[in-house]
Design a protein around this ligand. Structure first.
Ligand code: HAM
Length: 403
């Protein structure tokens, strides 16, 4: 039987690969304008890192991680996300001792054992940005603005930016108690998953996509009413700054996110067309400390490359600005053709030597099929004169040139 790719793991071919690069380049351009620096992280980490950061009770850790043992019996995981690794690196290399704050970005594959469907894969790619050492809300606004800028630069429309505040530890504690009390009252209407996660992580019930659960939590207490003065002010300032930056947003008090490390600001940029979240993030002010570093406020976001790709138009299939060199003759002509290709490349032009033998007509058909704008005919006469014949495949125009 022919070997196929693993379910949920995809090849990204030509046109799609172009879209992939477009997303990547655009994100990098925007991040550069905000002065982010790249960090290249390993794909494998100790499983414990994700248990302690993303959270033991989350779906990601409970059901979605690719976990395996190495030859010495240590438990490793393919990373399901990039924030935990960035925090680990920040602490491991004592970056906090070198600068008052850091702005880092990463790009690469992430792995989650989810049910594959459009826009949801088991290997997908994220570009993420993390800021360490900044507590002020203008950083929250800027992080959201970066996400917004990337979408805008890519021409992606019909996106709603949703924001919420999850408060600090104390606020969450008080809210958790109130929410749990409420959930007990509507327990009959909740799905079995929600009943299971209720005690461990009641906030996740607010995020459930099952209709009956959605209806059941409509009247639930809202976290915004449990914020302390400082968290409230942080949230109010964030909204002010977003308005200042002309980022349209919508408050969603049920937005809680599927990872446990968040505090205060959380946000998601959701595509109305796909009904999927494109970019998501928020603040995680305790995580650095919880993983053994000094207290360091932090925040960030990650975008799903494949999800943005779904919203990009196919590029028009015109002729490529490239030269297809057709040697037409004996060995001497072939050698000349090799040099012609080299000369063109030295001039910064895309040049490809035909690897197919055959008559001129066939070769020109090939040039046409491969959408080369120029066919460069190199024969005995051209060799003698030290010239080439260039045919513009788009217009049919032909001229002899010295190159
Ligand atoms: P996340 O919401 O789990 O957050 O993922 C961020 C983005 O990755 C999603 O909005 C989506 O575009 C993409 N994504 C997630 N799962 C899949 C999948 N199975 N297939 C395709 N795309 C997917 C995080 O990962 C956080 N680390 C974000 C963050 C950074 N928060 C603070 N800093």
């Amino acid at each position: 039987m022919q070997i196929q790719s693993v379910r949920g793991f995809h090849d990204i071919l030509e046109k799609e690969a172009k879209k992939f690069r477009k997303v990547s380049q655009t994100a990098r351009e925007v991040l550069k304008l905000y002065n982010f620096e790249e960090i290249i992280l390993p794909v494998v980490e100790y499983t414990e890192l994700f248990q302690r950061s993303v959270g033991e009770a989350t779906d990601i850790v409970q059901k979605e991680m690719f976990v395996f043992e190495d030859r010495k019996g240590r438990t490793l995981a393919l990373r399901p996300e990039g924030t935990a690794s960035t925090v680990r690196a920040f602490i491991q290399h004592k970056l906090y001792a070198l600068r008052p704050y850091w702005k880092l970005f990463y790009e690469g594959p992430m792995f989650r054992y989810e049910r594959p469907q459009a826009g949801r894969y088991r290997q997908f790619h994220q570009i993420g940005a993390e800021v360490f050492g900044v507590a002020e809300p203008h950083a929250d606004a800027e992080i959201i603005k970066i996400a917004y800028d990337i979408l805008e630069k890519l021409g992606i429309k019909n996106v709603v930016v949703e924001i919420n505040s999850l408060g600090c530890k104390k606020d969450r504690e008080a809210y958790r108690t109130a929410l749990l009390e409420y959930l007990h009252g509507v327990k009959e209407e909740l799905c079995s998953d929600c009943i299971n996660r209720m005690e461990r992580n009641p906030l996740r019930v607010l995020d459930c996509k099952v209709e009956t659960c959605k209806a059941a939590v409509k009247e639930s207490p809202k976290i915004v009413n449990f914020l302390c003065e400082e968290c409230k002010e942080h949230y109010e300032k964030l909204k002010e700054y977003l308005k200042e930056l002309n980022v349209p947003f919508r408050e969603n008090y049920n937005l809680v996110r599927g990872l446990d490390y968040y505090t205060r600001t959380v946000f998601e940029a959701v595509s109305e067309e796909l009904g999927l979240t494109l970019i998501a993030g928020g603040r995680y002010d305790y995580l650095v400390e919880e993983l053994g570093g000094p207290p360091t406020p932090a925040l960030g976001f990650a975008l799903g490359v494949e999800r943005l790709m779904l919203l990009l138009e196919d590029e028009e299939e015109g002729f490529r600005d490239a030269y297809f060199i057709i040697p037409f003759g004996d060995e001497k002509v072939y050698k000349y053709a090799l040099k012609v290709a080299e000369t063109l490349r030295k001039q910064g032009k895309v040049a490809e030597l035909s690897y197919r033998k055959g008559g001129l007509k066939k070769q020109l058909e090939l040039a046409n099929k491969m959408k080369y704008k120029y066919a460069v005919i190199v024969g005995e006469d051209e060799l003698k004169e030290g010239v080439v014949t260039i045919k513009n495949m788009e217009t049919g125009e032909q001229r002899v040139e010295k190159i």
